[in-house]
Design a protein around this ligand. Structure first.
Ligand code: G4P
Length: 279
């Protein structure tokens, strides 16, 4: 696969297939938890989600909040709840023990659907919910935390194409134990770059050096002080100056750009350079 500066590539066929699978899963649930990487409140959300969901209620969960600037995140919560008119919650699935607040909100969201069922004279049943989101935003970590205290498998129910496994969280709520993976489109290359920064794009789709170069450019623009402080830089902020500052040199005294690129991406992803929001 050709790697160049301007494009992050993946196959349209994969997108269509992923969207079909996601639709099948969505048909089975009463409400949806959309997990978004809090460092990319827009770029890691799915612009087609309302088309896919129709009237189905959703909440947005800004996960990996531990890697963000908390004050900036407050603004984003306001912006996203006003724009989408859905509840917006914040989580840190890596460190927090209690994600019960998500369960409470999901129950509330699904309740109107359950009431509708009961009005038709049917018995109350647990609401069914699922977690959706782009790769690597923390869907599995969240599902694991939500189901940890309640490993009651309620058995398989027929899905459209395969059996789906549900876990009973409490008498009112069942969670699909497989997350829905939101496909990425390649229309917005700027968003694709940002998704590569946070490791939501397969590494085969891009070159480390090119993505690290873009990341340094963006940090230089948005958070120059943290970038300079972490890598002991003076005025020049580039992969070359980082390599020289860290003494990552190859034979002939040239900066080791390959190594530097890998380190910069890793440092950013681990939150070592600073806590950022890049949208
Ligand atoms: P996915 O299902 O959406 O693909 O994501 P998954 O839960 O597998 O999480 C992807 C990576 O993100 C994992 O790291 C996970 O630990 C980490 N992660 C999930 N939630 C949070 C969070 O709130 N904060 C932080 N800082 N990290 C989070 P990994 O490196 O793949 O594995 P490991 O760290 O568990 O070893």
């Amino acid at each position: 696969m050709k790697k160049n500066k301007t494009h992050i590539h993946w196959y349209p066929g994969h997108i269509a297939k992923a969207e079909r699978k996601l639709k099948e899963q969505l048909n089975l649930v009463d409400a949806v938890i959309e997990v978004v990487d809090a460092r990319l409140p827009i770029s890691s959300s799915y612009e087609n989600i309302t088309r896919l969901l129709g009237q189905k209620p959703r909440l947005i969960l800004l996960n990996k909040s531990d890697l963000t600037d908390k004050e900036e995140l407050k603004n984003w919560i306001k912006i996203l709840s006003e724009k989408n008119e859905v509840p917006v919650l914040v989580s840190d699935a890596k460190n927090s023990k209690d994600l019960n607040f998500i369960i409470k909100k999901a129950e509330e969201l699904a309740e109107p659907k359950i009431q509708e069922i009961m009005k038709k004279g049917l018995l109350r049943r647990p609401a069914r919910i699922m977690v959706v989101g782009m790769p690597n935003v923390g869907k599995s970590s969240i599902i694991n935390k939500l189901t940890k205290s309640s490993k009651t498998k309620v058995g398989a129910k027929a899905g459209v194409t395969r059996q789906q496994q549900w876990v009973r969280i409490n008498p009112k709520l069942e969670l699909l134990d497989t997350p829905g993976i939101i496909p990425m489109t390649q229309d917005d290359q700027q968003a694709a770059q940002k998704l590569a920064f946070v490791n939501s794009v397969s590494e085969n789709a891009y070159s480390n050096e090119l993505v690290a170069t873009e990341l340094v450019e963006l940090l230089k623009e948005k958070y120059p002080e943290q970038l300079k402080a972490y890598y002991d830089l003076n005025d020049s902020c580039s992969l070359e100056s980082i390599a020289l500052s860290r003494n990552w040199i190859i034979s002939g005294g040239q900066p080791d750009i390959e190594r530097t690129s890998a380190y910069v991406l890793r440092d950013f992803r681990e939150g070592k350079i600073g806590k950022f929001i890049l949208d």
